[in-house]
Design a protein around this ligand. Structure first.
Ligand SMILES: Cc1ncc(C[n+]2csc(CCOP(=O)(O)OP(=O)(O)O)c2C)c(N)n1
Ligand SMILES: [Mg+2]
Length: 366
């Protein structure tokens, strides 16, 4: 008979029965936005108009995509980036055009920033042959390797080693380029992230690892799925780090510019937490019971697109009618894209085995 018996205890895993923890959790706490004006950051009036156009394009592209999905024009997963557009836009303006970008499945905004046209993007969603991945990637696999956008990736955290690998390639080639790797807060406890951070720091890889912390991993608040401050993961690797307000495109641009300069100069990685918020559900099938309408409205009040518009008007960067012109142009571009995608052809059956990593795969050619 065992001498030491475990006493009968009532066991409840922490974080499930605890009242305080199971209450609806708030999204992210945003750090203070930068006070810098655009000219202090080296941005011209034309740059601001281009930033506005880029963010507006991403927003309207996805709003129309959502509408087309609901009409049954295409199916499968559709993860919308709406609310997070300042992250992609501010970053792309800070990077050189030939720096690498790789991201997860919430990838439409990134693709549009890196040269995928509204036509090719919408056609990809519709599964048509004229799509950016010839209709075979769909929503989660936008890519444009000519412009160094290595795509959307579906396995949470699975692309972080690839981001590290891109940085290794750049260092090996001594080409002066850097790599950026974006992922969600749900990826920060994946082993792949920690393995990559270790080797990236050890080898001084020119990489920026960025968590787009939008407060939720599917329906689980970050405060319930991960311990400590996310950015503090960097400390375990002696990695440089920063937290950025992702609802403000200037804050993203300013800090990312400083970081890219540092990485290019010193060949050392960074871990950056950009706090942001997604307005839509995780994907189209999300009933969003984990957050309140009031919480969503709080973030919509500080919408990054509206914020830039207000700045442009206040500082006379553009008149109301000039901004309206940009919006109308985009509106038309997106309407044309929907028509283009709708009328485009599906890939031919014989194209099924093209574009594969191993062209002559016997298992697929039975
Ligand atoms: C390894 C792995 N586990 C689980 C899933 C299912 N899954 C898809 S998205 C997701 C949540 C990820 O959330 P986050 O990283 O915060 O990104 P966000 O959707 O907020 O952009 C999960 C668990 C997956 N795709 N891959
Ligand atoms: Mg998330």
């Amino acid at each position: 008979m065992a001498k030491n018996k475990t006493a009968n205890v009532e066991f409840a895993p922490r974080g499930i029965s605890d009242e305080k923890v199971s209450a609806v959790q708030k999204g992210v706490d945003l750090p203070v936005a930068t006070k810098s004006k655009h000219k202090d950051m080296g941005l011209s009036d034309a740059d601001l108009k281009a930033m506005y156009e880029q963010m507006y394009l991403q927003r309207r592209f996805e709003e129309r995509a959502m509408q087309q999905y609901q009409k049954g024009k295409f199916g499968g997963f559709l993860h919308l980036y709406i609310g997070q557009e300042a992250v992609s836009t501010g970053t792309v303006f800070a990077l050189n055009d030939d720096d690498d970008i790789i991201t997860a499945y919430r990838d439409h905004g990134w693709g549009l920033c890196r040269g995928i046209s509204a036509n090719a993007g919408m056609a990809e969603l519709f599964g048509k042959g004229a799509g950016s991945s010839r209709g075979k990637g769909g929503s989660m696999h936008f890519a444009n390797v000519e412009q160094h956008f290595w795509g959307g990736y579906g396995i949470v955290g699975g692309h972080i080693p690839i981001g590290g690998g891109l940085a290794f390639a750049n260092k090996y080639e001594q080409n002066g380029r850097i790599s950026t790797c974006f992922f969600g807060d749900g990826a920060v406890d994946q082993g792949a992230l920690h393995e990559t951070f270790n080797i990236a720091q050890l080898w001084g890889l020119p990489a920026i690892f960025v968590v787009e912390n939008n407060g939720y991993s599917m329906g689980t608040a970050a405060k319930r799925h991960t311990v400590a401050e996310i950015v503090d993961r960097a400390k375990g690797y002696g990695m440089k780090s920063a937290v950025i307000n992702g609802m403000d495109v200037f804050s993203v641009y300013e800090k990312m510019k400083e970081i890219t300069d540092d990485v290019r100069k010193n060949s050392e990685p960074w871990f950056v937490e950009i706090r942001t918020y997604r307005y839509r559900g995780h994907s189209m099938s999300d009933p969003q019971k984990y957050r309140t309408k009031e919480e969503l409205e709080e973030y919509q009040k500080i919408d990054p697109i509206e914020r830039l518009k207000t700045y442009m008007l206040d500082y006379k960067v553009a008149t109301g009618s000039a901004i309206k012109k940009i919006e109308d142009k985009i509106e038309q571009e997106i309407l044309d894209a929907v028509e283009f995608a709708d009328n485009a052809e599906f890939p031919k059956p014989e194209e099924l085995y093209e574009d594969m990593f191993v062209e002559d795969n016997p298992y697929f050619h039975t």
